[in-house]
Design a protein around this ligand. Structure first.
Ligand code: SR1
Ligand code: MG
Length: 406
């Protein structure tokens, strides 16, 4: 059942949005004019929430509200607190990477409404790449975004006394953490009513779900996901959670945020590049996406190490006295840390690729293909690549791209 006092909550309609915004002076000033002059459009297209875009004579805002159920499945009941976690994520990340998120404007804890900057004329990275746009520069930007937000929220940059309150706050995001655990790391690897796939993939799925090496790798990933709170993660960093307009790249939808392994965010981003690779219309487009994959890891690694090597790290896991006596140990520790992020990334990417093909919330990348056999062929490319990542983990980034450049 719903564990909130919902006395003041009501689901917004377009006229409700107008009334809600009109009660907040700063938002009225931002939009300009009278509430009757505002254009309010409902544009909800994600799985969970209502989203409205509001334009006034002076400016615009985006209004997001939790529903007491999954938006696309009213029978799937859900508490309302996800916008609260998204608001907290947005405010925390804006302190680290203000240019890469929409501006936070307001959170109303009675109505579970989050108001933020409206990203006019942006499209999702999935749309941009699917339409032949550049995947390399956004990957560079996202690599730096993940490196900076992870590093500065981690024990490397912060004292444990400062991290723990955040860690315990985001640990309360249990409903959405459960969704990720189930949908990404459990359901696709067993028979489950939320799974579905093209019948052409029956044999591939049976092989996958009965492969002991795959199941053992997934069991390890489940442990990593729940029991390695390295940094504040976005938690759902797919190409629909990234908006682009020219070289302006923004990360949205932090409602799945949690403290977890840094390789989870890297892995989800990688997974959606691989899905775009599998769906790409030509060999040169596939090659372009593999370039983006190479750049993503190289830039992430470079940015993360540069932050760690900077003079004033400040956290409990940095600048230990021992390392000024044995500087080479620090370099080894950094290598060890990044190797584990890399192997987490590869594993989580594999699980996410598999879930987006045979589990709940499948991707639209393959929709442009005309026949189911063409679709199945492309999906099999991604599925086999992902299953092989779990069966035999690549030891280097070069090995990942070599497996894609065949
Ligand atoms: C019930 S929510 C399904 C999916 O949508 C979100 O974007 C997450 O990826 C989640 O797993
Ligand atoms: Mg989302």
């Amino acid at each position: 059942g719903n564990r909130f006092v919902v006395q003041y909550y009501e689901t917004l309609t377009t006229s409700g949005v107008r009334l809600f915004l009109a009660r907040h002076d700063a938002l009225v000033v931002r939009l300009g004019g009278e509430s009757g002059q505002w254009d309010v459009q409902e544009v909800s297209d994600g799985n969970l929430n209502l989203v409205f875009l509001v334009h006034g004579p002076a400016g615009s805002v985006c209004v997001k509200q939790s529903l007491p159920h999954v938006r696309v499945d009213p029978n799937w009941q859900m508490p309302l607190d996800r916008t609260e976690f998204e608001a907290a994520w947005l405010r925390r990340v804006a302190q680290i990477e203000p240019e890469r998120v929409p501006v936070f404007l307001l959170f109303d804890s009675d109505m579970f409404v989050l108001v933020m900057e409206c990203l006019d004329n942006f499209v999702t990275l999935r749309q941009a790449v699917g339409n032949g746009g550049d995947a390399v520069e956004p990957s560079r930007v996202i690599a730096e975004f993940v490196a900076r937000t992870a590093f500065f929220s981690s024990f490397l940059a912060r004292k444990l006394e400062d991290v723990m309150p955040d860690l315990s706050f985001f640990a309360k995001n249990t409903t959405l953490t459960r969704i990720t655990f189930d949908l990404v790391l459990s359901d696709p690897f067993r028979p489950h009513c939320r799974n579905h796939w093209l019948k052409e993939l029956d044999r591939d799925v049976a092989e996958l779900q009965n492969d002991e090496a795959v199941l053992l790798a997934v069991a390890y990933l489940q442990q990593r996901f729940l029991a390695s709170p390295q940094a504040l993660l976005h938690g759902d960093l797919h190409s629909g959670s990234i908006m682009v307009r020219g070289d302006d790249v923004r990360v949205i939808d932090g409602e799945f945020s949690l403290y977890g392994p840094i390789g989870f965010d890297c892995g989800l981003y990688l997974a959606h590049l691989v899905l775009a690779w599998a769906a790409a219309p030509s060999a040169p487009r596939r090659a372009h996406i593999v370039d983006a994959i190479d750049i993503f890891w190289a830039e992430f690694r470079k940015a993360f190490l540069a932050l760690w090597q900077a003079e004033v790290p400040g956290g409990d896991l940095c600048s230990r006295a021992t390392f000024s006596v044995y500087p080479s140990l620090l370099r080894l520790e950094q290598e060890q840390y990044l190797d584990s992020v890399f192997s987490d990334m590869v594993g989580f990417a594999a699980a996410e690729i598999i879930r987006r093909i045979i589990g709940y919330a499948q991707v639209t990348d393959f929709d442009w293909l005309q026949t189911t056999s063409e679709k199945a062929e492309r999906q099999r490319d991604a599925l086999v690549f992902a299953a092989n990542l779990l069966r035999k983990a690549p030891q280097s980034p070069e090995e990942v791209s070599a497996r894609l450049r065949i």
